[in-house]
Design a binder for this molecule. Structure first.
Ligand SMILES: [Zn+2]
Length: 504
C-alpha cells in the first residue's frame, strides 16, 4: 500500500475531490469523501496548503486525507490547521497508511518530539506536568463559558480554545514520553478523562508526590460542569484573569436580581433563593410560585425561572415519573445499570444518593400535574451540592438553640452563629491544595468579619483523603488572614456547635 502512482498528480478542486474519493476507497478508510464545496472550504481555512489560483498537488491529497481522518477523531478544523503543516509528506503518508491498517497512529504534532524535548529531572518534569494541567483547566473553563453563553457556533467553526489545544499537545507529549500511546489526541477523550482525579490518568508524573494537583477533578462527573478545583487551578498562576468564573457569574446574577427589590429586602431575598436552590432544586412550577410568594419574591418570578431553571426533560423520567432524591431533594437520573440504581442516581457528588447502597427516592412526581423545573447544572454543582453541608450545619445550630443565619448579608459566609461571633464556610474542593491556593490568593472573603473563622470540609472528602488536613496546612499561608482560619470536618463543626450551646 503506497502512493507511488500519484506523486506527480496535479488538478483542480473538482479533480482532487474525485481523487480523494478514489484514495479513500482504495485504502479502505472509513471516512466520508469531501464534496467539491468542502474542498474549497478546506482551502479557504488553509487546511489544504495551496494558494488560490494554483492547481492542487500530491501534498494536498495527503492533507485532504489527513483532515478527513482527524475530523473523524473529533478534532476541530482549527486544531487540524495548527497541526497539519508540521507533518512532512513522509510522516503524513505513514499516518494515513497506519489508519488504513487500523493501527491507531498518534497524529502527534511533529514539533513536539523533535524540537521540544521533555525537560529532564523531577522538578522540571513536575513543572511541565503542572503547566499542562493549568492550561487544561483554563481551556476547560473557556470551552464551558462559550457553551453557557451560547456562542453562535457555525458548523465549520467549532474551534476549540487555544489553551485546550495547547494542553492537549502537552498531554500527548506526556503520554508519549511515558511510553504510552497518545491518549490526548481527541478533545472528547480528554474531556471525558477530566471527570476523574488526575492521579487516575495513568500518567506516573500525575502521581508524583511533588505534583500538587493529583487529587483534583476538573469536571464534575455527572453534571459535566467545571469544578471549583478546575477554576482554582486555572487561576493558580494569577494570569487567567477570571476568578472562579462560573460561581462568580451565578453570584452576580443573583445579586442583580435581588438588588431590584431594594436594599431592605435584598439580603433576605438572597438567603431565600439560595435556600431554595439548596433544598428544592427540583420543583413544580406552582410550588415555585408559592415559595416566591411566601418570600415576597413574586416580582422576580420571570428572572428566576429563566435564569436558574430548566424544564425537566423526558429522558430523565423513570417510567414516566420524576424521582426526587430522599437526601438532597434533587432529580435522580436514570442510570445505565438499573440493577445498581433501580430508582435512578442522584447526580450530586456530595449526596448520599450518589452511592448505590444509600440511593433512595422520596417522591415520584408527575409532569402532568405541575410542570417540573430542575435547577441548571451549574447551580447544582456550585450551590445545591455544597448546600448539603451548609444546611446540615445550619440545622444543627438551630436545633441547639443557637442564633444562626444562612448566607447572611448576601453571602458574607455560609452560616453565621451569634451575629459576628462565628462565621463558617463549607467547602467541597476535592483537592486540599486548590482550596489552600484559593484562600491564599483571594483572601478569606466575608469570613474576615467574624471573630472565629471556620472552614468546614465534607466528611466524605476527609474519609477519602486522610491527609486532607495536613496537606491543606502545608499549603496555606502561615501569615495574614489565611493563618487565622480553623479547618475541620463538617461533623466536627456540628460537635462544636453542641459544646457552644452548653457554654451559653
Ligand atoms: Zn441527592
Amino acid at each position: 500500500m503506497d502512493f507511488e502512482d500519484i506523486r506527480q498528480w496535479q488538478g483542480t478542486a473538482e479533480a482532487i475531490a474525485k481523487e480523494l474519493k478514489r484514495q479513500i476507497a482504495r485504502l479502505g478508510l472509513s471516512v466520508e469523501p469531501p464534496a467539491v464545496r468542502t474542498v474549497r472550504l478546506w482551502r479557504s481555512k488553509q487546511l489544504l496548503s495551496q494558494p488560490k489560483g494554483q492547481e492542487f498537488r500530491f501534498r494536498q491529497i495527503l492533507e485532504g486525507l489527513g483532515v478527513a481522518l482527524l475530523l473523524k477523531r473529533g478534532w476541530t478544523l482549527a486544531a487540524i490547521a495548527q497541526v497539519l503543516p508540521s507533518f512532512p509528506d513522509a510522516t503524513l503518508e505513514q499516518q494515513i497508511i497506519a489508519e488504513a491498517n487500523c493501527q491507531d497512529p498518534s497524529w502527534l504534532p511533529q514539533m513536539q518530539t523533535t524540537t521540544l524535548p521533555l525537560p529532564t529531572g523531577h522538578a522540571s518534569a513536575v513543572d511541565f506536568a503542572e503547566d499542562t494541567v493549568i492550561l487544561l483547566a483554563q481551556g476547560i473553563l473557556r470551552q464551558y463559558t462559550r457553551i453557557i453563553n451560547r456562542d453562535i457556533v457555525r458548523q465549520y467553526d467549532k474551534s476549540i480554545p487555544s489553551e485546550l489545544y495547547r494542553a492537549m499537545c502537552k498531554l500527548g507529549r506526556l503520554y508519549i514520553e511515558a511510553g504510552k500511546s497518545d491518549r490526548a489526541a481527541c478533545v472528547h477523550t480528554v474531556l471525558e478523562r477530566a471527570r476523574y482525579p488526575l492521579d487516575e490518568w495513568e500518567l506516573d508524573i500525575f502521581c508524583h508526590p511533588d505534583f500538587r494537583f493529583g487529587q483534583a477533578i476538573l469536571i464534575d462527573s455527572d453534571l459535566r460542569v467545571p469544578t471549583s478545583d478546575c477554576a482554582e487551578i486555572a487561576n493558580s498562576k494569577g494570569t487567567f484573569g477570571e476568578d472562579n468564573v462560573i460561581e462568580h457569574r451565578l453570584y452576580e446574577r443573583l445579586r442583580e436580581a435581588t438588588e431590584r427589590l431594594g436594599i431592605r429586602r435584598q439580603h433576605k431575598a438572597y438567603t431565600a433563593l439560595r435556600s431554595l436552590f439548596g433544598s428544592r432544586s427540583l420543583i413544580g412550577e406552582h410550588q415555585l410560585l408559592d415559595y416566591l410568594g411566601d418570600n415576597d419574591l413574586t416580582p422576580l418570578q420571570g428572572t428566576i425561572v429563566d435564569t436558574f431553571f430548566d424544564s425537566v426533560p423526558d429522558v430523565w423520567l423513570i417510567n414516566g415519573y420524576a424521582h426526587r432524591c430522599a437526601h438532597c431533594g434533587t432529580l435522580m437520573r436514570p442510570y445505565a445499570d438499573r440493577k445498581l440504581f433501580p430508582d435512578g442516581r442522584c447526580p450530586i457528588r456530595q449526596c448520599l444518593g450518589h452511592n448505590s447502597s444509600t440511593a433512595k427516592v422520596s417522591e415520584k412526581l408527575d409532569q402532568n400535574q405541575d410542570r417540573l423545573l430542575i435547577a441548571k447544572p451549574q447551580i447544582l454543582t456550585y450551590w445545591t451540592g455544597p448546600a448539603i453541608d451548609e444546611l446540615a450545619i445550619f440545622e444543627a445550630a438551630r436545633k441547639n438553640g443557637l442564633d444562626a443565619e444562612l448566607y447572611p448579608e448576601s453571602d458574607l459566609c455560609d452560616v453565621s452563629i451569634n451575629g459576628r461571633n462565628i462565621g463558617i464556610d463549607a467547602k467541597s474542593y476535592t483537592s486540599p491544595v486548590s482550596l489552600a491556593l484559593r484562600l491564599n490568593r483571594t483572601g478569606i472573603g466575608g469570613l474576615e468579619h467574624y471573630r472565629r473563622r471556620i472552614i468546614a470540609v465534607s466528611d466524605q472528602l476527609i474519609e477519602e483523603r486522610p491527609d486532607y488536613f495536613s496537606t491543606f496546612q502545608s499549603a496555606i499561608d502561615k501569615k495574614g488572614p489565611p493563618a487565622t482560619l480553623e479547618i475541620m470536618s463538617v461533623s466536627q463543626v456540628i460537635e462544636l456547635l453542641k459544646v457552644i450551646k452548653y457554654e451559653n
